[in-house]
Design a binder for this molecule. Sequence first.
Ligand code: ZN
Length: 164
Amino acid sequence: MPMDWKKNPANWEKLAKVVKGEAGWKCEECGMQCRRPGEPFDTHKRTLIVAHLNHRPWDCRRENLKALCFGCYLRYDAEHHAMTRKVNKMKRNSETFKQHELERDQVDASDLIRDSAENLEAFIALRCEPGREKSLALTKLEECVMWANKSIALHGVWTDFEGC
Ligand SMILES: [Zn+2]
């Protein structure tokens, strides 16, 4: 599931700034000093990001928020994605599989499409300002994965592309 940024409260920007300020603009995981607002982009300092510890963007209780540097954020997000993938895989194994009798190569191809999309999704989530365009980008990405996987489920994996 993509992050639903609409569920962040209207005062999210302010709230995030308070959390970052309380952390002294340091990563609360690894202690790295991050860029303060107005500081120029350079190669030495990372951007500080406020993460929701329970991965629920609408839960903005202070104890659920943690200021993380870009590196720690990606790691924390990757762990969450890995867990989600594992759960989804188990679900697919027990339900979809038996229903549609997908071949092994179809499953692998679908997983690869999903993984690739998750990388793009994370990048959009971190680099695009919350708003209508961002929501649309994330929704279309989800749609994209759905159609590609439907194609694989219906027609199998296309391997005949060499020499084109
Ligand atoms: Zn860090």
